[in-house]
Ligand binder design. Structure first.
Ligand SMILES: Cc1cc2nc3c(=O)[nH]c(=O)nc-3n(C[C@H](O)[C@H](O)[C@H](O)COP(=O)(O)OP(=O)(O)OC[C@H]3O[C@@H](n4cnc5c(N)ncnc54)[C@H](O)[C@@H]3O)c2cc1C
Length: 401
């Protein structure tokens, strides 16, 4: 069966969290259709997820006429890359965007206030209403951004992911303090620090089946003291699953944001995946892409993203702890699967060829594995000192096949 062949005159977007904001902005600009935006004020949106990659800022620039002054409205900062500390390898490196290209950090709460205001002023109808079934929605097509699924029926769990809980502490400051996302390997997992205008958002990702929240809380305090981030009692601790929906694209609706997937936030992949899903909806409308093809591309995209995230555990960290002992073999299994992809082997070959005398532009715009061009793999292979391991795994695979 082919995809969306009927004429779409009206699209309803359900959900006003970060995914709903990105979808409403994108579809208003991209489709020649009426947009209705529905949310339930009784059901609050997530207040985490504050680091982006390049498509978010570029999208808002194109769709909403946003420029750098919008960073004030978003309490945000510019992001030139992700600094990674404490992993075995170089020990401290920046996985950076190409020079001249930037992403942003943003306060998710401020984004969820600001984007509806802008879209309201551009004529988008925003309706406060709890939707209990898609049948209640009067629209030709629905983008369902209603957040975490109520149960995991119809979802696949991520295979390799090693963390399943988060402990977030907001550190007050007159910021932003730096222009990259900070990530630091720790004994029980890893910590991100996102620089915002009035706070640095620090989050500890760990495995609740290996370490307790008390241990993590103590180590978070130690981290914040070490890096001089003032501690506060603005704290949020919760457990999560990593998953993706088997059928994201259907005849009646496409699911996006947490309603479609979640993977641990290393490398800020959610907003890029949200953008990918939105673009695929338009491809389904314009290019006759079937639901089956779109769903299979999505499953592949999520798998590639998980593979890339797991590379960060492949060489371990400066800590020999039960968490890292648990994560490393999972990373090895993930990397073994990764090298079976022709696309990954081509991208890795280009990254490895550039190792001695890199030619940066030759590693951009020549394909991506997940959301990353060879330039990203080149930087991470170096930073994590995993080039030899990847090369060995590729040879092993090629000899055995
Ligand atoms: C610790 C952590 C750190 C993260 N960091 C990053 C990061 O740096 N970068 C990144 O890209 N991502 C990150 N993420 C992921 C990010 O948080 C999510 O991608 C983002 O919050 C998406 O949320 P959402 O819009 O899908 O859902 P939600 O924020 O849950 O919004 C759901 C919306 O649906 C509405 N709704 C729900 N039910 C109904 C109903 N029945 N009828 C009508 N409306 C309804 C609600 O009112 C709400 O508006 C992180 C996640 C975690 C856990």
């Amino acid at each position: 069966m082919k995809g969306l062949s009927k004429r779409i005159n009206k699209v309803a977007i359900i959900g006003k969290g970060t995914a709903g904001c990105i979808a409403a902005s994108y579809f208003r600009k991209t489709l020649n259709a009426e947009i209705e935006w529905i949310y339930d004020s009784e059901s609050p949106a997530q207040s985490v997820g504050e680091g982006s990659t390049i498509p978010l800022a570029r999208g808002f620039f194109n769709e909403l006429n946003m420029n750098y002054s919008a960073l004030d409205y978003l309490g945000g900062s510019i992001k030139k890359g992700i600094r990674k500390i404490g992993y075995n390898g170089v020990g401290d490196y920046l996985h950076e965007f190409p020079l001249g290209e930037l992403a942003i950090h943003f306060s998710s709460k401020m984004l969820q206030d600001y984007i509806p205001k802008v879209l309201d002023s551009k004529g988008v109808e925003i309706v406060d209403k709890k939707i209990t079934s898609h049948d209640e929605v009067d629209a030709d097509y629905i983008i369902d951004c209603t957040g975490y699924p109520k149960d995991m029926k119809g979802y696949n769990e991520a295979e390799f992911t090693s963390v399943n809980a988060a402990h977030i502490v907001q550190s007050p400051c007159r910021g932003p303090l730096f222009d990259y996302t900070f990530t630091v390997a720790r004994p029980f997992g890893w910590i991100f620090a996102i620089p915002l205008a009035d706070r640095t958002s620090c989050g500890y990702l760990y495995n609740k089946d290996i370490n307790t929240l008390e241990e993590v809380t103590e180590d978070m305090k130690a981290f914040m003291k070490e890096y001089r981030f003032p501690y506060s009692d603005n704290i949020n601790s919760f457990e999560f699953q990593s998953y993706h929906k088997k059928e994201v694209f259907t005849e009646r609706a496409t699911y996006n944001g947490n309603a479609a997937f979640f993977l641990e936030p290393l490398e800020a992949t959610s907003v890029g995946t949200i953008d990918w899903i939105n673009r695929t909806v338009v491809a389904m409308m314009q290019k006759d892409l079937s639901f089956k093809e779109a769903n299979s591309f999505f499953t592949r995209e999520i798998k590639q993203t998980e593979h890339m995230i797991m590379l960060h555990y492949l060489n371990g960290s400066k800590y020999n702890t039960p968490f890292w002992d648990f994560a490393k073999p999972r990373a090895e299994a993930s990397a073994k699967e990764m090298v079976q992809s022709n696309l990954f082997r081509d991208i890795a070959a280009l990254a490895l060829k550039n190792f001695q005398e890199p030619d940066f532009p030759s590693m951009i715009d020549v394909g991506e594995y997940g959301q990353w061009p060879p330039y990203s793999y080149f930087q991470n292979f170096k930073g994590l000192a995993i080039a030899q391991k990847i090369d060995d795994l590729i040879r092993e695979f090629e000899t055995s096949s």
